[in-house]
Design a protein around this ligand. Structure first.
Ligand SMILES: C[S@@+](CC[C@H](N)C(=O)[O-])C[C@H]1O[C@@H](n2cnc3c(N)ncnc32)[C@H](O)[C@@H]1O
Length: 221
């Protein structure tokens, strides 16, 4: 996704106490970063402008959230959306961290000790050309990485996309990486298989009349 630079983003992010620019230093110790250390941790990879995570995390104060993106302008917009969403609800941002992370290097940031319960991947870049497919956030190469730090008992990945080829090929990636698809739909808005909180891309595609494909995959030990 192309996005123009936001000159204010760097300063605002630096000043936000829920933003982490160098998340590698917390590898293996994410639980202790949160006030409620015993709450489960859910991670969103590629959070974009943050509409989804801000609504989700402010609704579920009994879950700890980490939202990651690698583009500064996206992180800046996310930061503003998170603040607005929590402020509107008179909530304190104490169950969410926003981090700068390239998913290609996710194992520098999370380890087995972090025991993440759920990963959200929403409308990741489809990378349609065969030579680029391994960059997909749902590619088997990435799924193998996620298995390192997902809760081995019942860790799940919630995935939604507009892209039929990406969806169908991701189903194969999940199966080949030893995940079980526990629920899926080719039309999420007419068959809700999980909480209906929409992302920026989800709104855009559904306004164009494109059905949203979604699945929940669970790790098999
Ligand atoms: C198409 S946008 C979708 C944004 C949002 N999830 C939504 O549904 O509206 C993809 C997002 O993933 C981020 N992204 C792409 N590759 C990434 C990577 N390797 N690591 C982290 N974020 C990535 C992009 O910066 C962008 O914000």
């Amino acid at each position: 996704m192309r996005i123009r630079r936001r000159p204010w983003a760097e300063k605002e992010l630096r000043e936000a106490n829920f933003y982490i620019d160098n998340p590698n230093i917390y590898k293996g110790n994410w639980k202790e970063k949160f006030i409620n250390v015993n709450n489960p941790i859910h991670l969103e990879i590629g959070c974009g402008k943050g509409a989804f995570i801000s609504e989700l995390a402010s609704r579920h104060k009994n879950i700890n959230y980490i939202a990651a993106d690698m583009i500064e302008a996206m992180l800046g917009l996310s930061k503003r959306n998170i603040e607005k969403c929590y402020n509107d609800k008179n909530e304190i941002i104490d169950n969410l961290f926003l981090i700068r992370m390239n998913a290609e290097r996710i194992l520098d940031v999370f380890s087995n000790d972090d025991c993440i319960d759920r990963i959200y991947i929403n409308f990741c870049n489809p990378w349609p050309r065969p030579k680029h497919k391994k960059r997909r956030l749902t590619h088997i190469r990435q799924l193998e990485n996620y298995k390192t730090f997902l809760n081995k008992a019942n860790g799940t990945i919630y995935f939604k996309t507009d892209d039929t080829d990406l969806f169908n090929e991701s189903i194969e990636y999940f199966k080949n990486a030893n995940f079980k698809i526990i629920n899926m739909t080719n039309d999420l808005h007419n068959n809700l298989i999980f909480e209906d909180i929409r992302t920026e891309h989800e709104n855009m595609f559904s306004e164009e009349g494109i059905a949203i494909k979604a699945l929940i995959a669970q790790i098999i030990i």
